[in-house]
Write a protein that binds this ligand. Structure first.
Ligand SMILES: Nc1nc2c(c(=O)[nH]1)N[C@H]1C(S)=C(S)[C@@H](COP(=O)(O)OP(=O)(O)OC[C@H]3O[C@@H](n4cnc5c(=O)[nH]c(N)nc54)[C@H](O)[C@@H]3O)O[C@H]1N2
Ligand SMILES: Nc1nc2c(c(=O)[nH]1)N[C@H]1C(S)=C(S)[C@@H](COP(=O)(O)OP(=O)(O)OC[C@H]3O[C@@H](n4cnc5c(=O)[nH]c(N)nc54)[C@H](O)[C@@H]3O)O[C@H]1N2
Ligand SMILES: [Mo]
Length: 761
């Protein structure tokens, strides 16, 4: 019986080339091409007038928070508008005039849509009303909101244990929606709350909590103009956090130095033509990077060790290169760190990291003399087997320099999704927080579960084994974002019910459970009955966001309304929580958050204007809650990759024209790639050695634990990348990452160091 119900779904879409055009990589970011690209995307999707009106409200005090990334807004937003090319594209995607409606689903079956590319699926448009895919059916059909909530409640009641349900969150949801969702899931009785953080900055959270006592960064935006040195490691801000370039520019204007550590020389970190200044549009722009350390993939620990070793040598010769007072008053483990550095030879570290020794000396020289240092990082550090240690090694360097808890210095994990940090702060987590459970019990009168829940990797495995049967997603595109696409697709399809609260159609809606629901929601840009929500930026500041555009359809509900309805229908009349009131009155939600969590006093009031900062002990250099009451130095091992002659390390990154699994367009302008995504960047000497030709078509093959995984059809691009390293885009390459390949402690899929072979087709 079960087999006859199985739909014939493609987990990846049909693999086809479009029309590749390769040019020289750009030597600067933004400028006029950036403005042009922004306007093209926006007016194509939503009409020029509507888009300009939308952009004018973005990141302004009374407007909405850009859904593009979590970079903070300046106190005084620019008159030319506080947005960037990629923020404009994010808005365009949401403001599109295309619609996924009843007629669309009558015309196309899920089987057919699953064969489309992600680009085409995403461009189908906004979902207009709730849809259901019934058992055995291959067409979604309309369903009422009421019946949708009934089906969810019935399926949840039918489970043998609350732990058979999974509740995923992606980081675009507001604090209000996320808090209600976490409350519902705990009242339902599980901590199975995987979230996109598990695939993203979880390694940062773990490393920072263990070393500095808080899983968040310590710097604020105002630290950048004060910083003497900013190290940007494992991050491509030109594409993923373009407004950060303005902060780097301010650091440079004040005489600061920028050290970039990356296997690629990313254009955005070279020269920046600020589109919000006339000089930026017309002039030559600002050279951002002073020292570029072209590290081999996943050898940041080796490089940082070498830097620290050279600093330690100077320290031992009596030079004042470390902050000795800070080290003795505020830290533990200094001597052990110095002893450990002696275990590594210069030569071995140089060989591992692959960076020119004289360039490292330049960096050491700058770092020796300066003390106000910020380190910024993102996925280039977190998505490795040793992701947690990568970040601990950065913390080591900052502690040696006393660069924590003072102006112009500190940790800066640059967050991804625009509210991923806020969702965590208000309770989206799979682990147990005793203090949170205690205050939920005090405020709401029920005892949340004390058993640790499933994170992303473990949730996928549980669904695959049939141990979890209901999957609910508050946003995101789980199947394409997670590792091991075919396996994950099988996991979702094995569920009895999959539910997606979404703005737009994506592949997760197609790799559906026996029954599937799509619940369409308002986006960040859209009016929500004059209500506002709140979000937290990458630097821990909470502020309001209020949509301005007319909703894409009159049938949409807000996320808090959807979550509250789900909970109300499940619990019925007897619930101890008044879900209906909470779902309609966001001030009430905020009042409850302020009762449950520290730092949200007078929440609604203080979130207006530029908002308020949450407490942050590392910003104050207060490490009293850590073992010994001090910040912890860590001993981190250098990663070892025993590559065979024909093996390479592949990193999977974002192009300039995508937001995670949403593909805005087919270009990666800064890297000189136009019209194609199925490309793999390769070192020219490696190509010669393998007698490979530019644009030759190859498969990428990974073999772990005896299983071969294959990503088919990529065109080879000769590129400035270290020998032995490769680079390609995600999500096309997620099929290569085995479900069991994840970072120690944080369980983040290893998306940045996948061992692969190249096979000529
Ligand atoms: N426009 C746009 N903005 C976004 C997103 C988007 O997709 N599009 N996504 C958002 C999200 S969720 C996130 S998490 C962030 C992601 O922001 P990023 O982390 O900047 O994104 P990636 O494209 O994964 O880039 C990783 C960078 O790390 C480098 N790298 C890879 N491996 C290593 C390594 O081993 N060592 C070092 N030193 N560098 C390495 C790569 O060359 C690349 O420059 O951006 C957010 N903002
Ligand atoms: N190989 C590889 N894999 C990766 C990464 C990588 O670098 N390499 N990066 C990882 C990272 S850092 C992350 S964060 C994850 C991202 O994982 P996710 O957050 O799950 O994925 P997104 O692509 O951001 O989700 C896009 C979908 O969100 C929905 N959406 C958009 N706006 C809203 C909204 O306002 N509300 C609701 N309810 N839905 C909305 C739309 O339906 C859209 O299709 O991917 C991870 N996967
Ligand atoms: Mo992310």
């Amino acid at each position: 019986m079960a087999n006859t119900l199985k739909r014939n779904i493609s987990a990846t879409g049909t693999i086809e080339f479009s029309s590749l055009n390769v040019r020289e990589p750009s030597d600067y970011a933004a400028g006029i091409p950036g403005i042009k690209a922004a306007l093209e995307h926006v007016s194509k999707e939503s009409g020029l007038f509507r888009s300009l009106r939308t952009l004018s409200h973005m990141n302004q005090k009374e407007g909405f928070d850009c859904p593009g990334c979590a970079w903070p807004d300046p106190e005084k937003p620019s008159k030319l508008g506080e947005y960037c090319e990629n923020g404009a594209k994010a808005i365009a995607e949401e403001a599109t005039l295309e619609r996924v409606d009843k007629v669309f689903f009558e015309k196309y079956s899920v089987e057919e849509i699953s064969r489309w590319t992600d680009y085409r699926i995403g461009k189908s448009g906004r979902i207009t009303e709730p849809f259901i895919l019934r058992p055995g059916s291959i067409h979604y059909e309309p369903i009422s909101w009421e019946e949708s909530f009934q089906i969810i409640a019935e399926n949840l009641h039918a489970l043998d244990s609350p732990d058979e349900a999974i509740f995923y969150t992606s980081g675009r949801s507001s604090n209000e929606a996320a808090f209600l969702y976490g409350l519902f899931v705990r009242a339902f009785g599980t901590n199975n709350m995987p979230d996109c953080s598990n695939m993203c900055h979880e390694s940062s959270g773990v490393a920072l909590s263990e070393t500095l006592g808080i899983g968040k960064g310590s710097v604020v935006l105002e630290d950048f103009p004060e910083a003497e040195v900013v190290i940007v490691v494992g991050q491509n801000p030109g594409t993923n956090h373009p407004r950060m370039l303005t902060a780097l520019q301010k650091c440079k204007d004040n005489g600061g130095k920028i050290i970039t550590i990356n296997p690629l020389s990313e254009s955005g970190l070279n020269r920046f033509k600020n589109p919000q200044q006339l000089s930026g549009i017309l002039g030559t722009g600002t050279q951002l990077t002073d020292i570029f350390l072209q590290v081999k993939i996943n050898q940041d620990v080796s490089l940082l060790k070498l830097i620290m070793k050279r600093l330690a040598n100077r320290h031992q010769e009596g030079e004042h290169v470390f902050d000795n007072d800070f080290i003795s008053e505020k830290t533990i483990g200094f001597q052990e760190l110095l002893d450990d550095l002696k275990n590594y030879s210069e030569q071995e570290l140089l060989q591992l990291c692959g960076v020119d020794s004289s360039k490292i000396d330049l960096a050491v020289d700058v770092l020796a003399k300066k003390s106000k240092i910020i380190i910024c990082w993102a996925m280039g550090l977190t998505q490795h087997k040793n992701g947690v240690e990568n970040i601990k090694e950065c913390v080591n360097l900052l502690l040696l320099k006393g660069s924590i808890g003072k102006k112009g210095a500190g940790t800066c994990p640059v967050r991804g999704h625009s509210n991923v940090q806020g969702d965590r702060s208000v309770g989206i987590m799979h682990y147990v927080s005793e203090s949170l459970n205690k205050s939920i019990k005090n405020v709401f009168g029920f005892q949340p579960p004390n058993k640790e829940g499933l994170d992303t990797v473990n949730a996928i495995k549980a669904m695959h084994k049939g141990k979890a049967k209901v999957f609910v997603a508050l946003g995101g595109n789980f199947v394409s974002a997670a590792s091991d696409t075919i396996y994950t697709s099988g996991a979702l399809q094995a569920c009895d019910l999959t539910v997606s609260v979404s703005t737009k159609l994506n592949r997760t809606h197609l790799t559906a459970g026996k029954t599937a629901l799509i619940l369409p929601t308002l986006g960040r840009t859209e009016m929500d009955k004059e209500r506002f929500v709140t979000v937290e930026n990458s630097m821990g500041k909470v502020h309001q966001s209020k949509g301005r555009l007319a909703p894409a359809s009159s049938h949409l509900k807000s996320e808090p309304e959807i979550v509250a309805n789900m909970a109300q229908t499940y619990f019925g009349k007897d619930s101890v929580v008044d879900w209906t009131s909470l779902g309609t009155n966001y001030d009430l939600v905020r009042e409850k958050i302020s009762q449950v969590l520290d730092g949200y006093r007078e929440y609604s009031k203080r979130s207006k204007g530029s908002g308020f900062y949450l407490p942050n002990n590392s910003r104050e250099a207060d490490f009293s809650k850590l073992p010994g009451g001090k910040a912890q130095f860590s001993i981190c091992a250098t990663p070892k990759h025993d590559l065979k002659e024909d093996e390479f390390i592949l990193m999977t990154v974002r192009s300039h024209d995508q937001f995670n699994t949403t593909i805005y367009g087919m270009n990666d302008r800064y890297r000189g790639i136009f019209g194609e995504r199925r490309v793999v960047f390769m070192n020219i000497d490696d190509m010669r050695k393998g007698q490979l030709m530019p644009q030759q078509i190859v498969d990428l093959v990974s073999s772990y634990d005896g299983t071969e995984r294959r990503a088919e059809k990529f065109k080879l691009i000769p590129y400035n990348i270290p020998s032995g390293n490769l680079c390609a885009y995600f999500p096309e390459t997620n099929v290569l990452v085995p479900i069991d390949l994840y970072a120690d402690k944080s369980h983040t899929p290893v998306s940045k160091s996948v061992i692969v072979k190249i096979q000529i087709r």
